[in-house]
Design a protein around this ligand. Structure first.
Ligand code: DQA
Length: 161
């Protein structure tokens, strides 16, 4: 099982950036924690951060055939990028959308997510702990999907008998 974590613009500034909203933790420390959870669950994990929309789209596309699920904080692109939403829709992999802050409690322009419609679910407002929640959600989801596929394969075998 492999999860790809994609972080959008300015998230490389975590720890320096508006600490009252985003906390003090650095992105690399968040990733270390996620890595630990992944290894405890025999899951591969890869991290990608970019400030560029096109690079994020390329990374999403690269997930076809190489990853089972995507955890994404599209940051400001959440509110503007039809292209990132289209890429997530195109790859047809389960995606969990994460936000550190509660976007629904903030400025009006942040209260709309173009990603929510193509994500399996959204985690917002739990601070950086949201990344851990996203791991729990994704691992559960992938295990359920795996069990479903195994069940379907078993049924096909039995029908052949
Ligand atoms: C964010 C919320 C966005 O509105 C903002 O542009 C970000 C971070 C969050 O994690 O709370 O950069 O996605």
């Amino acid at each position: 099982m492999k999860i790809v974590v994609i972080q959008g613009p300015n998230l490389n500034m975590l720890g320096h950036r508006e600490n009252n909203i985003y906390g003090n933790m650095k992105l690399e420390d968040i990733h270390k924690q996620m890595e630990m959870t992944a290894s405890q669950n025999n899951c591969e994990i890869e991290f990608f951060q970019s400030n560029l929309e096109g690079e994020i789209i390329d990374r999403i596309q690269e997930c076809v055939g190489t990853a089972d699920g995507i955890i994404i904080n599209p940051a400001a692109y959440t509110h503007t990028s039809i292209a990132i939403a289209d890429a997530l829709s195109a790859v047809n992999l389960p995606a969990v959308e994460v936000h550190i802050s509660n976007i629904y409690k903030r400025e009006e322009f942040r209260q709309k997510s173009l990603i929510a419609k193509v994500a399996y679910g959204q985690i917002t407002g739990f601070g950086v702990f949201g990344y851990h929640l996203s791991m729990v959600a994704m691992l559960q989801l992938l295990n359920e999907l795996k069990a479903m596929k195994e069940q379907q394969a078993k049924q096909v075998q039995e029908e052949k008998k």
